[in-house]
Design a protein around this ligand. Structure first.
Ligand SMILES: Cc1cc2nc3c(=O)[nH]c(=O)nc-3n(C[C@H](O)[C@H](O)[C@H](O)COP(=O)(O)OP(=O)(O)OC[C@H]3O[C@@H](n4cnc5c(N)ncnc54)[C@H](O)[C@@H]3O)c2cc1C
Ligand SMILES: NC(=O)c1ccc[n+]([C@@H]2O[C@H](COP(=O)([O-])OP(=O)(O)OC[C@H]3O[C@@H](n4cnc5c(N)ncnc54)[C@H](O)[C@@H]3O)[C@@H](O)[C@H]2O)c1
Ligand code: SF4
Ligand code: FES
Length: 804
């Protein structure tokens, strides 16, 4: 008997998931034909954000290889859109004159990005972020252009913006409302999110409506309804999606916003079904993969003529995929007259949790900063659980991360991986049966973590709960430098030491980099590691530094730069102030501003004026743009203040003079206060010094930014010389052991205060060696502006050519 014929229109995640299920349920039920408009096999669209951010390679996102289609005898037509369905003859017609008969037809045509119909929207450089082609366009554009504008501050817009930042572009996000991700977050979580993203370098224009897109053939900027405008070389529209219903509509199938389906994913036309983003079920179109997977499971059973429960809709949950930011939202998230909220907020750790109740039933929630309990919360929402003391304690009790308590509360059939529908029980079985010990192992055996990756921390907690001390979090945390390599930071640094490498390109070549050009994430890191390991010997590759470091100035949102001269310990003189004032007038500086680090910031300097303004001011660079020592803030101290026990100004000046120009994995801020009243805020600095009777206390790992962290007490010393010694050894230990882009606060939490104490304070011989090496690094320092002023070619390429 000949097999029945199944045709799938749309070779995306939702449709192919149905086919996979059908093959599992009844391998021989169908002859299968798939049509896909894109020229690729089925790939993981979710991971396009990671590809753009440089965390994953395009080659790693293929879900079903060409081989898979062949092995399963699937007739695949890629690059061919289906243009017509003859519902009477039961046949589809595609581009290129191909047609195929069907008994059962699945429409999984997904969505098209919504493009705002603005004047100028057809210009070159105006794109969406939906497929591989868009991703490639952005990566190519970033090689040539510098300014990106992303319209839409939703999930997609923010993930696009993060990726573009990683590609070295300056990114402005234009959002129509006054809070980001207003479809997923309440105001508080949105506020914390914005602060965190601003810290990462994203700029926001809120409550802005774009009126037209400027430029000739190619986009040059955006003009807004309020009359303002910005420059842009690339515009990415991320303002939502619209289900792709054209084919269904033209074939007489009922559509509304999407293709209308019943609880078995059937349309009103016999033999035709729809799943995924093109389908509308009970008035809802779902734009996330978890509901599509649930729909697919029901449809596949139906196609295999097996008994199945109906699909009754999904409770959706979202996680933003931006590294360094943990945000989760599910169900209801805004307070209403009939809801009650349980909130907890830890501003020190940057954690915010809110759970909403209707009566006593858990109906939604938002987690920011620590999302390790997200699966447990989602399980509670999905099952409509009543709040109990135990659940309350698990969700709100400790805000310390790790997800430990909630993991214990989870039942075996609670879902851990939403994207792939994997339960805690399935993960535990895989760990036990296959002796798995790390997250990667669980991912390859069960698929948990293989899509958005949001469940990986929870998988790690399950491993920890199951294996106890045998679980090695470091093995699970083995993260490559970026998607250009499988090597970790430590492996790269070891190779640089062992193989005597001195150049960025040479390093990528010798270590078998997948992309010989590297990417904006790895190149600055390799350049730093080379110079850290071989100061004076390694070639400092300026083109591998981030744009602000290349120009020794911070670029501002209008394309001008800021100039911050160094003022040791925050102390200046009338002569310096006069020169600053003259320069501010001569170069029409838009604003002169005193910074939080006790410096003077000249804002709004034109790129071409940078070398001359520095010459006129005649002061050293303040490195306000650098991953290096920024400022040493001081209080007025014993010379002036009646509480002062020590000379904080003198100490601060010495520290700043000693360590200025030292490259570090991330910015370093220091402060010296002359008594525990701490007027210079020594407690929230990367290194803070506090004068006390008979000496100085030293605090480390503080951070006054979004992730507010009080510094840990490292040691007490007696003399100024000892402060300089401990500071030098501490900075060198940080330089040698931190990941590039890692602040001291995160680094300290990762490696532990005890390790720092041992290396820097307790082990005198080690401290001596660290100091030797930091001296060597400092030997090679020269003021960047003095160096540039002697180099005509650099001046021309970096400051005089038109493009930033
Ligand atoms: C950058 C990005 C990040 C995302 N991140 C997440 C995330 O973290 N979590 C999450 O849950 N979701 C995420 N999403 C959303 C998720 O990717 C989609 O919901 C999901 O891919 C939709 O699957 P689908 O198969 O319904 O549609 P699609 O993936 O759009 O697939 C439909 C396919 O059908 C093709 N097609 C259309 N018409 C025809 C035709 N007439 N003939 C032949 N082929 C046709 C299309 O070209 C397309 O290849 C993200 C989306 C993007 C763009
Ligand atoms: N991590 C994830 O789960 C993830 C990531 C990316 C995309 N996605 C999915 O992909 C789809 C598309 O994402 P999206 O973010 O484009 O859709 P969205 O609808 O979630 O967000 C669009 C955002 O654009 C804003 N906006 C609308 N018009 C605007 C205008 N004229 N100017 C400025 N802002 C405007 C809206 O206020 C909204 O916040 C969604 O289904 C989303 O769920 C999910
Ligand atoms: S920290 Fe102490 S010594 Fe310094 S200014 Fe404040 S009160 Fe005075
Ligand atoms: S929840 Fe997305 S991969 Fe597991």
């Amino acid at each position: 008997m000949s097999k029945r014929k199944l045709v799938l229109v749309g070779n995306g995640m939702a449709g192919v998931n149905v086919v996979e299920h059908v093959l599992k349920l009844d391998r021989d039920a169908y002859d299968i034909t798939i049509f896909g408009k894109e020229p690729h096999p089925n790939y993981n669209r979710i991971l396009l954000s990671s590809v753009l951010a440089g965390d994953t390679g395009l080659e790693d996102i293929v879900l079903n290889s060409w081989e898979w289609y062949r092995e399963n005898e699937i007739q695949l037509h890629t690059g061919r859109a289906v243009t017509r369905i003859d519902t009477k003859e039961k046949r589809v017609y595609a581009e290129g004159g191909i047609s195929a008969p069907y008994d059962e037809l699945v429409l999984a045509t997904g969505s098209d990005p919504f493009m705002l119909p603005l004047p100028g929207a057809d210009k070159e450089g105006v794109i969406a972020f939906r497929d591989i082609k868009d991703c490639e366009t952005m990566m190519e554009t970033a090689k040539q252009y510098k300014k990106a504008a992303v319209i839409g501050g939703g999930l997609l817009g923010l993930e696009a913006a993060r990726g573009l930042l990683n590609l070295g572009m300056e990114v402005q996000v234009i959002h129509i409302f006054d809070t980001l991700m207003e479809r997923q977050l309440d105001r508080e979580a949105a506020r914390m999110l914005r602060m965190e993203l601003e810290e990462q370098g994203m700029q926001f224009l809120m409550e802005k409506q774009t009126e037209r897109i400027l430029g000739g053939k190619r986009v040059t900027g955006l003009h807004f309804k309020d009359g303002s405008s910005i420059d842009a070389d690339l515009v990415v529209m991320a303002v939502g999606i619209k289900p792709n219903v054209q084919l269904a509509k033209e074939s007489g199938i009922e559509i509304n916003r999407g293709v209308v389906v019943d609880d078995w994913m059937a349309t009103g036309v016999p033999g035709i079904h729809a799943v995924g983003e093109c389908a509308e079920h009970r008035g809802t179109v779902y734009g996330l993969v978890a509901p599509h997977r649930e729909q697919g499971a029901v449809l596949a059973k139906r196609l295999c003529r097996l008994e199945t429960e109906p699909y009754e809709g999904s409770v959706t949950a979202t996680k933003l995929k931006v590294s360094g930011v943990d945000v989760f939202s599910a169900g209801e998230f805004n307070d209403g007259p009939e809801t009650r909220a349980i909130r907890s907020q830890d501003e020190w750790k940057g954690i915010y949790k809110k759970v909403l109740l209707r009566g006593n039933r858990i109906t939604g929630g938002v987690l920011f900063g620590d999302t390790s309990d997200s699966a447990f919360l989602l399980g509670c929402i999905r099952e409509g659980r009543e709040m109990t003391d135990e659940i309350h304690a698990s969700l709100m009790g400790t805000a310390t991360g790790g997800g430990g308590s909630a993991v214990r509360e989870m039942a075996d059939d609670d879902q851990v991986c939403d994207c792939n529908g994997i339960s805690k029980g399935e993960i535990l079985s895989a760990i036990r049966e296959r002796d798995l010990t790390d997250v990667e192992g669980v991912k390859s055996c069960t698929k948990a973590g293989a899509s958005c990756g949001g469940c990986k921390p929870l998988v790690a907690s399950i491993l920890e709960e199951e294996l106890g001390e045998a679980f090695d979090p470091a093995a699970s945390a083995k993260t490559p430098v970026c998607s250009c390599t499988d090597l970790t930071r430590d492996e790269v640094v070891d190779a640089i030491r062992e193989k005597g490498l001195t150049m960025v390109r040479e390093t990528m070549n010798v270590l078998g980099w997948k992309d010989p050009e590297g990417c904006p994430k790895c190149r600055p890191a390799i350049n730093y590691y080379l110079n850290m390991v071989r100061p004076g010997e390694a070639e400092d590759d300026r083109t591998s530094r981030v744009v602000n470091e290349q120009r020794h100035a911070n670029i501002q949102n209008d394309g001008t730069f800021s100039v911050v001269p160094r003022m040791y310990g925050g102390v200046t003189s009338p002569a310096e102030l006069r020169r600053i004032a003259d320069a501010a007038e001569k170069y029409n500086v838009r604003m002169v501003k005193v910074t939080g680090g006790q410096r003077i910031d000249l804002l709004g300097v034109k790129k071409e004026d940078l070398p001359n303004i520095w010459k006129d001011i005649g002061m050293p660079s303040g490195h306000a743009y650098a991953k290096g020592l920024r400022t040493v803030k001081t209080c007025v101290g014993a010379d002036f203040c009646r509480f002062g026990t020590q000379d904080s100004i003198g100490m601060g000046i010495q520290m700043e003079k000693k360590f200025e120009g030292l490259d570090t994995p991330h910015k370093v801020k220091m402060a010296v206060s002359a008594c525990p009243r701490n007027c210079a805020e020594s407690g929230i600095k990367d290194l803070g010094v506090v004068g006390v009777d008979g000496g100085w206390e030293i605090y480390v790992g503080g951070n006054g930014g979004v992730n507010l962290r009080g510094g840990d007490f490292l040691c007490k010393v007696k003399t100024q010389e000892e402060v300089l010694e401990i500071t030098g050894a501490y900075l060198q230990f940080y330089r040698e052991t931190a990941e590039y882009w890692e602040r001291t606060s995160g680094w300290l939490e990762r490696i532990g205060l005890e390790a720092v104490k041992k290396a820097v304070v307790d082990d005198c011989e080690n401290r001596k060696q660290l100091l030797k090496r930091v001296e060597k690094a400092l030997d090679n320092y020269q003021d960047p502006w003095k160096a540039d002023s002697k180099d005509q070619k650099t001046r021309q390429t970096l400051y005089e050519e038109t493009r930033v």
